[in-house]
Ligand binder design. Structure first.
Ligand code: SF4
Length: 479
C-alpha cells in the first residue's frame, strides 16, 4: 500500500458536529453529519455518546466515516447527546491516539472534538504537565479537553468560560458531558461553526451542509468568542470574549468548505461562481476556444469564467471519484500513467483547442504541472491556467496544512516564472480584492495570511515554520 495524495491542495484538518436531542437516534444523526463533513478530514472519524448509565462511550478509528462505523457500532452509541469528529492531522501525528473525540475523565468526564490549531499549545501543555496532568496523544485538542476536564468549576459552562480566554489560535470546539452539549469558537472566529435546530433540539456543526443532511434548520453562526451550551433547560449563550479582531479564514470560501455550505450569508457555489466571473474580467483569454475546470473543485469558478467571458465550457478532464487517498501501489507498468488514475483527459474535447483551464488553488504545483502535460499530450494547442485564488506564499498557523514555504511554487517566484515551471502558455491568479468582491466580505474581518503574509494573531508570522506550534512527540507521550 502507498499513500498517494494527488489532491495536493491545502488540507483542512477537521470537521466537528454535536447534538443534544433526547428522543432522537443521536449517534446516527452524528454519523450522517460527519458523512457530509468528510471533505474536512479523511484520516480518522469518531463519535461519542452517553450510555444509559451516564458514561460517555467514544468510538474512534483511522479511516473514513463509512469505514469506521457500521450498524452495530452505531447501535452501541445510544443516549441523548453525541459529538462527532473527522480529522486530517496538522498538530500531532496521524495515529489512532490523535483520533477524536478526545475522551477524558479527570475531575469530570467529557468527550471533545476540535477544529483548528492552538498557537500556545506548547506553553499550556507544559503548564498542565507540571500540574501532574498526563496525556495520551500529541494533539492540541487534548490540551483543551484536559483544561476543561480538570477545571475546578462545578459547571462545565463556567470551566469553559474560564479557559476560553487562555487559548490562543483557532479553535472551533464541541464537547459533551453526560448531561450537556457545549460549543465555543475562538475570538477571531478563524474556523467556521454553525448552530442548527432539529425539531426544537439543537446541534452545531463545522458547516451548514451537515445540518442539511439531517434535516436541521440553520439558525446562525456561533459568534467568534461565544460559548453556547445546551442542557435540559434548553439553549444558553454567553459572549466570553468580545471586541477581538475577527479573522474568518477566506480560504474556506475558496476551497475548504463544501459548495453547498452557506457562509457569510451566501451559498459557496454562488460565491465561487463569482470568483470565476471576476477572474475572467481581471485575466481574460480572448483567443481561447474553450473553458475547462480541474474537477471537481475548479468547476464552479470555471462556469463563472465561461459565463463572464462568453466562451464555451466543457469537461476536458474526467475525474475518477473513487480514488481514495490510499490505494494499491500502481507498480512499474502503470506508474508511467501517473495521474491518469485520478484524471483522464478527453482528446475529443481538448484536441486542437486553446484551453482556459480553471482551478481553485495551486500549492506545490506538481499536480498542475502533470495536468498541463497531460492536456498537451491529449492534443491541446494552448493551455492558459486561471486560478480563482491569489498565489499561496505563506504558511498557515491556524489549522490548515499548506506545506512549508519552500515547497510552495509561488514562494520567491514571479507569475511568469511559475508559468514556466508549470509549462503553461499563460497563468493568472484572482486578486485578493477580487476574492473579497466575490465573497462580499470585509478584509478587516478575515484572515488571508497565506496569500498576503498579513497574520491576524499576535505571535504568528511568516518566519515561523509549520511545526513552530506543535507539541514535541516524546514530551507529549507521558502516560
Ligand atoms: S492563513 Fe490562509 S488557510 Fe490559514 S486561516 Fe488564514 S486564510 Fe485560512
Amino acid at each position: 500500500m502507498t499513500t498517494l495524495d494527488e489532491r495536493e491542495g491545502p488540507r483542512d484538518e477537521c470537521g466537528v458536529f454535536g447534538i443534544y436531542a433526547p428522543g432522537h437516534d443521536v449517534s446516527r444523526l452524528a454519523y450522517f453529519a460527519l458523512y457530509a463533513l468528510q471533505h474536512r478530514g479523511q484520516e480518522s472519524a469518531g463519535i461519542a455518546a452517553a450510555d444509559v448509565d451516564g458514561h460517555i462511550m467514544t468510538l474512534r478509528e483511522l479511516g473514513l466515516v463509512n469505514q469506521v462505523f457500521d450498524e452495530q457500532k452505531l447501535r452501541a452509541l445510544g443516549g441523548d447527546i453525541a459529538v462527532g469528529h473527522v480529522r486530517y492531522s496538522t498538530t500531532g501525528s496521524n495515529g489512532w491516539d490523535n483520533a477524536q473525540p478526545v475522551h477524558r475523565s479527570d475531575r469530570r468526564e467529557l468527550a471533545l472534538g476540535h477544529n483548528g490549531n492552538l498557537i500556545n499549545a506548547v506553553e499550556l501543555h507544559t503548564e498542565l504537565r507540571e500540574r501532574g496532568v498526563s496525556f495520551r496523544s500529541t494533539s492540541d485538542s487534548e490540551i483543551i479537553a484536559a483544561l476543561l476536564a480538570s477545571h475546578e468549576a462545578d459547571r462545565i459552562e463556567d470551566a469553559a468560560t474560564a479557559i476560553l480566554p487562555r487559548l490562543q489560535g483557532a479553535f472551533s470546539t464541541v464537547l459533551m458531558t453526560k448531561d450537556s452539549l457545549v460549543a465555543f469558537r475562538d475570538p477571531a472566529g478563524l474556523r467556521p461553526m454553525v448552530l442548527g435546530r432539529l425539531d426544537g433540539k439543537y446541534c452545531v456543526a463545522s458547516e451548514s451542509c451537515a445540518l442539511d443532511i439531517i434535516g436541521a434548520e440553520r439558525l446562525r453562526d456561533v459568534a467568534p468568542g461565544e460559548l453556547i451550551w445546551v442542557d435540559a433547560d434548553g439553549l444558553h449563550s454567553r459572549q466570553v470574549v468580545s471586541g477581538a479582531r475577527e479573522a474568518f479564514c477566506v480560504f474556506e470560501y475558496i476551497y475548504f468548505a463544501r459548495p453547498d455550505s452557506r457562509m457569510n450569508g451566501d451559498v459557496l457555489q454562488a460565491a465561487r461562481g463569482r470568483m470565476g466571473e471576476i477572474l475572467a474580467r481581471e485575466a481574460p483569454a480572448p483567443n481561447a476556444d474553450l473553458v475547462i475546470p480541474v474537477p471537481d473543485s475548479g468547476a464552479p469558478a470555471a462556469r463563472g469564467y465561461a459565463r463572464a467571458s462568453g466562451l464555451p465550457q466543457d469537461d476536458g478532464l474526467i475525474k475518477n471519484r473513487y480514488v481514495g487517498r490510499t490505494f494499491i501501489e500502481p507498480g512499474q507498468e502503470l506508474r508511467k500513467h501517473g495521474l491518469r488514475m485520478k484524471f483522464n483527459p478527453l482528446p475529443e474535447i481538448v484536441g486542437g483547442k486553446s484551453l482556459v483551464v480553471v482551478d481553485d488553488s495551486i500549492v506545490r504545483g506538481n499536480t498542475t504541472r502533470h495536468l498541463v502535460a497531460m492536456l498537451r499530450e491529449a492534443g491541446a494547442r494552448e493551455v492558459h491556467l486561471r486560478i480563482s485564488a491569489p498565489p499561496i506564499k505563506h504558511p498557515c498557523h491556524y489549522g490548515i496544512d499548506m506545506s512549508t514555504r519552500e515547497e510552495m511554487i509561488a514562494h520567491g517566484r514571479t507569475v511568469e516564472e511559475i508559468a514556466a515551471e508549470l509549462g503553461c502558455d499563460s497563468l493568472a491568479y484572482l486578486s485578493l480584492g477580487g476574492v473579497y468582491e466575490a465573497v462580499r466580505g470585509d478584509r478587516d474581518r478575515h484572515c488571508d495570511a497565506c496569500f498576503s503574509g498579513r497574520y491576524p494573531l499576535e505571535g504568528t508570522d511568516d518566519a515561523q515554520g509549520k511545526d513552530a506550534f506543535e507539541l514535541p512527540l516524546v514530551g507529549a507521550r507521558v502516560l
